[in-house]
Design a protein around this ligand. Structure first.
Ligand code: ADP
Ligand code: MG
Length: 388
């Protein structure tokens, strides 16, 4: 028997960033009420949720308060303290579960889960001391990347180690805390698969996306990715198997590497909406945000099919604001482009301020995105921001 949760029920979201904001917009459209918890009273979700609880992510009492007013709680941010997640889960169903959050928020636990279940990932070693790092370098191989186990995003907490580098210096630069040493992979491409799964084990997968990173930050997503059908099937199967192994209730993004050798490796898991799924907002019958709401509320999952021949999503990062608010006229004048801004009042280089989706297949959409970013003076402002 399906657990149909009537719209007008209240959904709690741990976190009020742009992912929370877009989830709230999708949920409100369906008649749900939304409460968010975020330490910043001016967070992106502030203006679009019904109630914002301003509290740190490690405040169990505030998380319990949030859950007390909600029928279900989810998250848009992974660095929620375990005690806060458990406090929320004691008052309302939390989907995904605190166990899945705990696994995905720590690279060491995540890698252990992947390798125990036989999912392919880059050679790695768990590191707790400079001695362990020195010992592991030979086993893992060089070049390698030392990644802090906790609190990493957009390449933060990552140090590359090349032949001849001093491991002790690398350990210090990575913050002298538990970490994962991972072999640096020769990448042919990066891709991601978003999978939604509900409590009945029903799953829906979004089109496999191709991701282009710059300075360790997602720059552009192409959907569908420019991959042969056999690779698309392999990536989709892998994501579905991971979601099932986790007994996921909610949404999971599986980031993958395509090695130059043609082998597919799992990079990392995010149990929430993902930047590489923003194209779904405009380009799919059901967006990743609506799909999350459906998955956690026991509603039938929606169709993830594309409404257009494809989509190109470009991130709008903080350097574009170096001379003040960018002139959006060229972007707004482009008939295939949709502008999204997250309402952030402060910009800094690398900060995700918004994105643009171009509703065209990658071969048609990429040149449009290149033209728009040059109208936004992307290279010039990026260079000036980097030299500040
Ligand atoms: P996060 O997204 O949490 O910052 P990731 O582990 O996804 O951390 O790393 C960010 C980006 O850095 C990846 O998308 C990829 O471009 C690059 N990268 C990370 N690990 C490796 C690796 N082992 N080999 C090659 N490139 C990597
Ligand atoms: Mg990543």
């Amino acid at each position: 028997m399906a657990e149909l949760m009537a719209p007008s029920a209240c959904i709690g979201i741990l976190g009020g960033g742009q992912l929370g904001r877009m989830t709230a917009l999708a949920a409100r459209r369906m008649g749900f009420r939304i409460w968010c918890l975020d330490p910043d009273p001016d967070c992106p979700a502030a203006g679009v949720c019904d109630r914002l609880l301003v509290a740190p992510y490690d405040d169990p009492a505030a998380a319990a308060d949030l859950a007390s007013g909600c029928s279900v709680v989810t998250l848009e941010f992974e660095n929620i303290a375990a005690e806060a997640a458990e406090a929320a889960a004691s008052r309302a169903p939390m989907r995904p579960s605190p166990e899945i959050l705990s696994l995905c928020q720590n690279r060491e636990r995540e890698k252990a889960f992947l390798s125990t279940h036989g999912f392919p990932c880059a050679p790695y070693a768990a590191i707790g001391s400079p001695e362990a790092l020195t010992a592991a370098l030979g086993r893992v191989g060089l070049p390698a990347i030392l990644k802090s186990a906790d609190f990493g995003y957009d390449g933060k907490g990552q140090v590359e180690i090349r032949p001849g580098d001093d491991p002790v210096a690398a350990w210090q630069r990575a913050g002298e805390r538990r970490a994962v040493l991972e072999k640096k992979i020769e990448l042919a491409a990066e891709l991601s698969v978003l999978v939604a799964r509900n409590s009945h084990g029903r799953m829906e997968l979004f089109p496999v996306a191709e991701n282009i990173h710059r300075d360790h930050i997602l720059d552009t997503t192409l959907a569908p990715g420019r991959f042969p059908p056999s690779l698309v099937a392999q990536a989709s199967d892998l994501a579905a198997e991971i979601a099932s192994a986790l007994k996921l209730e909610g949404l999971l993004a599986v980031e993958m590497f395509l090695e130059a050798s043609g082998r597919l490796l799992v990079n990392e898991l995010a149990p929430r909406p993902h930047n590489s799924g923003h194209f779904t907002f405009d380009a799919c019958i059901t967006s990743q945000f609506e799909q999350l709401v459906r998955a956690i509320c026991g509603l039938p999952l929606g169709s993830p099919a594309l409404l257009s021949s494809g989509a190109v999503m470009g991130n709008l990062l903080g350097h574009l604001w170096l001379d003040g608010e960018p002139d959006w006229t060229p972007l707004l004048a482009e008939p295939l482009a949709k502008l999204h801004l997250y309402g952030k009042t402060r910009a800094h280089p690398g900060r995700k301020m918004g994105h643009v989706t171009i509703l065209a297949a990658p071969e048609q959409g990429l040149p449009i995105w290149r033209r728009l970013r040059s109208a936004l003076r992307d290279e010039e402002l990026r260079g000036r921001a980097a030299s500040l």
